[in-house]
Design a protein around this ligand. Sequence first.
Ligand code: BTN
Length: 257
Amino acid sequence: MPEDFTTCGAELIGRSIRVLPVIDSTNDLLKAEAEDSISDEGDIIITEHQTAGRGRLNRQWESPPGKSLLLSILLKPEILSEKLQLAGLMVSLGVLDGLSGYLESENIRLKWPNDLMAGGRKLCGILSDAGVDKTGRNFVITGIGININQTPVDFTELLRDTATSLYIMTGCQHSRSAVLKLVIARVDEHYRRLKTEGGDWIAPAWLKRAGITGREIEIIDNNNTIRGICRGLNENGALLLELPDGVVREIYSGDVN
Ligand code: BTN
């Protein structure tokens, strides 16, 4: 029996959940709808299969049909446009809390900017696309891909050594709707906090679950590698990297190693 995702919503996030069997990219459709102001804050599009799923830094996001959670959420957080990166960090915290609650485990960590890692392997990726609607209001689409029931052979050879899924972590199949309900509930909680309190709490809360402050890290961006000590995040969610000469640089994109 197909799983029913339409009843997994919370107070604000997922008041409307649309399920499409196949689509190019949930982010692309929801962004087009948000630009035309025909979708509302909190709306979710979820699909069983993407033919052109997108990842960060122009990468592809591939997943065999029916094995993962592939969804996008429309957020209108009313924060300054330079702080929109905080929306992605907030969603990654919500997904982390939802998955940690589901697994009753604290073993999942955050990796800047928005990845969720388990045992050093990627369990979830999040892609944020910002835009402006017809009324001039800023919005962010946060697209979430959570690996749920993939076995190792479901991943391409390239990803097999770096990706994981709930199935690989636990050795059993999981109900995607049960996971989704918990994830949406926690994202909803964090989003409503962002709307009432602003975003100042997000970077410190995110850092607690990433464990990178004070550690030596490597940032790879456009074939450039820079090394330094992580000094946390700034108020906009940029990573602070102390270079060997003592200068602290704000990093807005790239991969962390
Ligand atoms: C990354 O880690 O590179 C981000 C991956 C984000 C993938 C999700 S799947 C649902 C949504 N639609 C997309 O096209 N991408 C995001």
